[in-house]
Design a protein around this ligand. Structure first.
Ligand code: PEP
Ligand code: MN
Length: 372
């Protein structure tokens, strides 16, 4: 059972204290408190764990501090949108707000190759007023003979340049808990010039030990990429592993699923699931059109297929797009064929903001539509 308190209610206030005393008096019930700092308001939720069947929800709802009482189903206990939970919650990280309403473009290098390209990439982002990027240091590759990423060796210059170019959040995949420690150490050594969002790649979508480890820390938020060969439900459950370990600052990323039916795209695009994730959970939703499409093919209308696919996600309400760019795609060490050129960045950004605006207008359009 979740007891949602009146927005903005402070723990010191007498109504709050008397509610705690009242609930603590219930036998066999453990209380866990969770505060969501949303864009508009702060909401505290009390999770009642144990034999809640005997509790009288109406009586609890009658307490002055209580806004609403929600009985949770077993599904997606922490991240799920349970009946009665209407508000979208999110989190703030290093000055950027992540929720189910806004939109961020995370353009950047699939894999960091050298300092010069990192600098050129970030300078291009800065010139467009962007404060977030993707930078792969640890690269899980299908073949052990392929470039595996520079790992910890590139972190000093990646973090330093991010700080110089005003980048506030760098999304970076980790494939082992040791990588989180290396990132923490590199950030500390550089004087925390930027923030890092830890990416869990599709190949580790059900690496439960890794999920528990990244969930056990709250310093960094998590970008979880849907498993390419598992169901959506299994992927959301994997996020519950992160959340139950203590970290609920998770963005759920769609990146296509493996099926030859998606050919000639690299993966079968699954961006129709954007509104589904919002209905089932309260996580912000990201789309990755680069790893879905896998090439820079252009449609006869002049738009790149990556643009078309990204737009499908954003017009459906995606809150983030993770997109590969490179100053010289032909020289990229990983995924060069799908990397967009820096000269294409302003067009891509303008296109996404147009599409996100269309999404907002679509929402307004249905405000008065009868809910039949
Ligand atoms: C990536 O984003 O660099 C990546 C490897 O993606 P995925 O895990 O979705 O394949
Ligand atoms: Mn890649």
């Amino acid at each position: 059972m979740i007891v949602i308190l009146k927005p903005g209610l402070d723990e010191q206030e007498p109504e709050f204290q008397s509610l705690l005393a009242y609930l603590n008096g219930k036998p066999g019930i453990e209380l866990r408190q969770h505060t969501e700092h949303g864009a508009q308001q702060t909401i505290t939720e009390l999770y009642l764990i144990g034999d809640t069947a005997a509790l009288d929800a109406e009586e609890i709802a009658g307490e002055p501090a209580v806004e609403r009482v929600v009985r949770v189903s077993d599904r997606f206990r922490l991240l799920g949108r349970h009946r009665g939970q209407v508000e979208s919650t999110g989190f703030n990280y290093n000055g950027l707000e992540f929720n189910q309403d806004n939109f961020h473009l995370f353009a950047g290098l699939c894999a960091v190759d050298n300092r010069e390209n990192t600098d050129r990439m970030m300078a291009a982002l800065r010139s467009q007023g962007l404060a977030a990027t993707r930078m792969g240091a640890y690269k899980p590759r299908t073949s052990p003979y392929d470039f595996q990423g520079h790992g910890a060796a590139c972190l000093p210059y990646v973090l330093e340049l991010a700080g110089e170019h005003g980048i506030r959040v760098v999304a970076m995949e980790v494939t082992h808990p040791a990588h989180v420690t290396e990132i923490e150490q590199a950030l500390a050594a550089a004087g925390h010039p930027t923030g890092v969002m830890l990416q869990i790649g599709t190949r580790n979508a059900q690496n439960f030990e890794l999920l528990r480890e990244v969930g056990a820390q709250t310093r960094f938020p998590i970008l979880y990429k849907r498993g390419f060969g598992i169901s959506l439900e299994e992927s959301i459950n994997a996020c519950e592993y992160i959340a139950t370990s203590g970290n609920r600052n998770i963005v759920f990323c769609l990146r296509g699923v493996q099926s030859h039916m998606g050919a000639p795209h690299r993966n079968l695009v699954d961006f129709g699931h954007v509104p589904v994730i919002k209905r089932l959970t309260r996580m912000p939703v990201c789309v990755d059109p680069s790893h879905s499409v896998g090439s820079r093919e252009r449609a006869p209308d002049g738009l790149l297929e990556i643009q078309h696919i990204a737009a499908q996600g954003v017009v459906a309400g995606a809150n983030m797009a993770l997109v590969d760019f490179h100053p010289r795609p032909e020289q990229a060490l990983v995924d060069g064929p799908q990397a967009l050129h820096l000269e294409e960045l302003p067009y891509f950004l303008a296109d996404m903001s147009l599409v996100h605006d269309a999404y907002r207008r679509r929402r307004e359009l249905v405000q008065d539509m009868p809910r039949l």
